[in-house]
Design a binder for this molecule. Structure first.
Ligand code: Z5A
Length: 221
């Protein structure tokens, strides 16, 4: 693969969407100014779930607020995220990376480990197998985990209005999810914690410092 995949992870309200927009803008300016030796073909912003038209339909099923009689079971949820990912990897990520793009993706496999593994407490080995099938073995080149305490993240989301099905889960669920991201940050190289608590400009600066180092490795002569 000639391109590079940068993934943003974190609990709800951690600021992924905000930071992806900041990074995209910064990268566009930087790549135009500096003429790195092997600059990417372009920058693509995408997300899971919902980065394809099939994925949009899966996303609707996954995130619609549940009622007592009509809720997605944990195992269905796991398989739907895997289906969304398989579609997205094949239709979007692999072609973009093959053609040399720098891809910024809002969530990837670490979310399944954190939400379905730690949050729903499904089998981690099964999740790893499903992730490998769905990604065809494609891993991220850099994962930025926006680390934020659960109460702050949920507070930011509450200020935004009606909660979706996963946001509706209780605080203990979200604490387990947070622990799931923390466990992955400890065990994996290229999985980097970024303090998500300061204002968005300060968070963006931390991210730019990290990404600069990687750009040098990836694109300098
Ligand atoms: N999920 C899963 O369970 N398993 C999986 O495998 C995958 C996903 C891939 C996706 O929903 C859901 O799917 C998600 C996990 C689950 N759970 N939920 N719910 P989504 O894509 O709709 O939601 P999200 O990924 O959680 O993103 P979000 O809700 O849009 O939050 P965010 O992107 O992290 O944050 P934001 O939109 O940039 O900011 C949130 C608010 O905070 C907003 O009002 C901002 O203006 C504000 N904000 C942002 N940064 C700051 C700072 N630094 N200070 C103060 N306020 C800020």
């Amino acid at each position: 693969m000639r391109g590079k995949l940068i993934v943003f992870e974190g609990i709800e309200g951690s600021g992924k969407t905000t930071q992806i927009q900041h990074l995209r803008q910064w990268l566009e300016n930087r790549l135009a100014d500096e003429g790195l030796a092997h600059a990417p073909t372009g920058i693509i912003v995408t997300r899971q779930p919902g980065g394809t038209s099939v994925g949009q339909q899966i996303r609707q099923v996954l995130l619609q607020p549940s009622t007592d009689t009509d809720s997605v079971t944990s195992t269905s949820e796991l398989l739907l995220y895997a289906a969304d990912r398989a579609q997205h990897v094949e239709q979007v990520l692999v072609p973009a990376l093959k053609s040399g793009h720098l891809v910024l993706c809002d969530r990837y496999t670490a979310s399944t480990v954190a939400y379905q593994g730690y949050g729903r407490q499904l089998d981690l080995a099964l999740i790893e197998t499903l992730n490998t099938i769905a990604t065809q073995g494609l891993t991220s080149d850099l994962t930025l985990w926006l680390k934020l305490d659960v109460a702050t993240g949920l507070g930011r989301m509450a200020a935004r209005g009606q909660a979706d099905r996963i946001e509706q889960a209780g605080i203990e669920f979200h604490r387990r999810v947070h622990a799931g991201f923390a466990a992955q940050a400890q065990g994996q190289t290229g999985f980097i914690a970024v303090d998500g608590s300061p204002n968005a400009t300060t968070v963006a600066q931390q991210i730019q410092t990290i990404v600069s180092t990687y750009l040098e490795q990836w694109y300098a002569p």
